[in-house]
Design a binder for this molecule. Structure first.
Ligand code: NAD
Length: 475
C-alpha cells in the first residue's frame, strides 16, 4: 500500500518546512510502516492562514454545493472502504472486522452531514411587545481546529470534519501521532471530492502541546473540537479561554454495564462481549466495569470466560483474528499494570492476563470479585479486560455506576421497565438499554460530567460549528 505521509496545507501535500519526519509503527510487529512529515511552527501558521483565507468563500458557498462535495467524499470512501480499513489496521492494530466497522461508521458522517448541510433552521417571529420582528439565523463560526485520538482514527476525524464543512467552516485537522496515515487518507478523499484549497488542512506537529497552544492563540482560530483524554481536554479548555475560543470536548469514559436481577443471561453475555470487545476494548464507549447481581454473577463470569478464552488473537491483517494488537507496547503495559493491581486488591483472574512476547497483544481477560475501589474500576482500561463486581442491592449498583468523574455512556440489561427506570437514574450522556452499540451518526453522541461538552452527530453536531445570530427588524 502506498501511503500519503505528508502535511496538507492550502490544497498541497508538503513535507513541511524542516523536512523532519517521525516514524509510524505497526503495533502488531513493531515494524516501521512509514515516516510522516513533522509540522513546525511555520507549517502550523501556514495551515491557519490557508484556512482563514479560504473561509469567506467557503462560508458563502451554497449549502447544497457544500453538501454535494461531502456526498462525493462519502461515495469515494464507500468504494475504497476496504483500503481505508486496511490503513486503520496497519497503524492502529485493531482487528480487520473492527476496522471495517469503523470505516463504515466514519464514512456515514459524510452522507449524514451532506444531508444536514441544507437543513439548518432559523426563526422569524414578532416580539411580545410588537415593536419588532425577531430574526434568528446562523453563521459558520470560523476557522476550526480539530484534534483527534488514535483509537478511531477515521471516525473521530470525519465526525468533526463533516459537520464543520457542512456548516461552512474551514478546518485544520491534527490527528494522533500513532495514526496519521488514516487521517491523510480521509483528507485526500476530500481533496478528490473537490474540497477547495485551504478548506481542509492537516498538520502533525511534534511535540503536540506547544503547537496546539500556538494555534489556539492565533486570532483567526475561533473553534476547537477535541476528542481524547479528559487530562488533555482540560489543558485545551484552559488554553481556549485566553481568546475565548468556542470548545467542544469528547473526553474519556468509564462505562458501567449493569446486569439487573432476572436478566436473560444469554442476551447479557452477547451484549457484554460486544460492549467490551469492540475495538479490542480501546473505546471511550467500552464497558469498563460490570456490576452483576449476585444471583447471576457466577454464571455470567463462567460464560464470559468460556467465550473469551476461545478468541483468536493476532495481527488484524489476518482477517480471521477476532482481537488485534493494542496501539502500542506502552498501552498494553498500562492494561497489564491495572490487571496486576486489581489482583493485588483481591480480584480473581479467571482467564487471560498475559502479554505477548512480540507485538502489542494482550489476551482477553476476565477478572471476578473486583473491588469497586480498585484502580481498574476507577480508570479507563482501554483493553480487553472484563472486570466483574458483584452487588446485592440495585440502589448500590446505581450508586457505584454514578461514582465516577465520567458520564459518557452506560449499559443496563434487565427486564425492560426496570432497566428503563435504572437508565433514568444514571448520569451519562448516553444509556444503552438491552443493547450493546449506540453510536449512530443520526444520534447525539456526547458525555456529561468530565466526559465532555457538546454533542457530535445528529442535528446537534452541526450547531457546534455555527453561531446563532439575532437580527431585530423595526416594524
Ligand atoms: P490523548 O488525549 O492522549 O490525545 C488525543 C489527541 O490530543 C492526540 O491528537 C494527541 O496528539 C493530542 N494531544 C496530546 N497532548 C496534547 C497537548 N498537551 N495539547 C494538545 N494536544 C495534545 O488521547 P488518546 O490516548 O489519543 O485517546 C484515548 C482517549 O480518547 C481516551 O481517554 C478515550 O476515552 C478518549 N476518546 C473519547 C471519545 C469520545 O467521543 N468521548 C472518543 C474516542 C476516544
Amino acid at each position: 500500500m502506498n501511503h500519503i505521509a505528508d502535511l496538507f496545507i492550502g490544497g498541497q501535500w508538503t513535507p513541511g518546512a524542516t523536512g523532519g519526519r517521525f516514524p509510524v509503527i505497526d503495533p502488531a510487529t513493531g515494524g516501521l510502516i512509514a515516516s510522516f512529515a513533522i509540522a513546525d511552527e511555520s507549517d502550523c501558521d501556514a495551515a491557519v492562514e490557508a484556512a482563514a483565507k479560504a473561509f469567506p468563500l467557503w462560508a458563502a458557498t451554497a449549502p447544497r454545493e457544500r453538501g454535494e462535495i461531502l456526498r462525493r467524499a462519502f461515495e469515494i470512501l464507500t468504494e475504497e472502504k476496504e483500503q481505508l480499513a486496511e490503513t486503520i489496521v496497519l497503524e492502529n492494530g485493531k482487528s480487520y472486522a473492527d476496522a471495517l466497522g469503523e470505516a463504515g461508521y466514519a464514512i456515514e458522517f459524510f452522507r449524514w452531514f451532506a444531508e444536514e448541510a441544507v437543513r439548518v433552521r432559523g426563526d422569524f417571529r414578532l416580539s411580545p411587545s410588537g415593536d419588532k420582528h425577531i430574526v434568528v439565523t446562523h453563521q459558520p463560526i470560523g476557522v476550526s481546529l480539530l484534534v483527534t485520538p488514535w483509537n478511531f482514527p477515521a471516525a473521530m476525524a470525519t465526525r468533526k470534519i463533516a459537520p464543520a464543512l457542512a456548516a461552512g467552516c474551514t478546518v485544520i485537522l491534527k490527528p494522533a501521532r500513532e495514526t496519521p496515515l488514516t487521517a491523510a487518507y480521509v483528507v485526500d478523499a476530500l481533496r478528490r471530492a473537490g474540497v477547495p484549497d485551504g478548506v481542509v488542512n492537516l498538520v502533525t506537529p511534534v511535540p503536540t502541546g506547544p503547537a496546539i497552544a500556538r494555534m489556539l492563540h492565533h486570532p483567526d482560530v475561533r473553534k476547537v473540537s477535541f476528542t481524547g483524554s479528559t487530562e488533555v481536554g482540560r489543558i485545551l479548555l484552559h488554553e481556549a479561554a485566553d481568546n475565548v475560543v468556542s470548545a467542544s470536548m469528547e473526553l474519556g469514559g468509564n462505562a458501567p454495564f449493569v446486569i439487573l436481577p432476572g436478566t436473560d443471561l444469554k442476551m447479557a453475555v452477547e451484549g457484554a462481549l460486544i460492549a467490551k470487545m469492540r475495538n479490542g476494548g480501546s473505546a471511550c464507549t467500552a464497558a469498563n466495569r460490570f456490576y452483576v447481581h449476585s444471583s447471576l454473577a457466577a454464571e455470567f463470569t463462567e460464560q464470559m470466560a468460556a467465550e473469551l478464552s476461545s478468541w483468536s488473537v493476532g495481527p488484524g491483517m489476518d482477517r480471521g483474528n477476532q482481537l488485534g494488537a493494542l496501539v502500542s507496547v506502552q498501552e498494553r503495559d498500562k492494561v497489564a499494570d491495572l490487571v496486576s493491581a486489581a489482583v493485588a486488591d483481591g480480584a480473581t483472574m479467571v482467564t487471560g492476563g498475559t502479554s505477548s512476547e512480540h507485538g502489542a497483544f494482550y489476551a482477553p481477560t476476565v477478572l471476578a470479585g473486583v473491588s469497586h475501589h480498585s484502580p481498574i474500576t476507577q480508570t479507563e482500561i482501554f483493553g480487553p479486560v472484563t472486570s466483574i463486581i458483584e452487588y446485592d442491592d440495585v440502589d448500590d449498583a446505581v450508586r457505584m455506576a454514578n461514582d465516577t468523574i465520567y458520564g459518557l455512556i452506560a449499559y443496563v440489561y434487565g427486564e425492560t421497565a426496570q432497566a428503563l427506570a435504572v437508565a433514568q437514574r444514571i448520569d451519562a450522556g448516553m444509556v444503552a438499554v438491552n443493547r450493546a452499540v449506540l453510536s449512530d451518526p443520526a444520534a447525539p453522541f456526547g458525555g456529561m460530567k468530565q466526559s465532555g461538552l457538546g454533542r457530535e452527530g445528529s442535528s446537534e453536531g452541526i450547531l457546534e460549528f455555527l453561531e446563532e445570530k439575532y437580527i431585530g427588524i423595526d416594524l
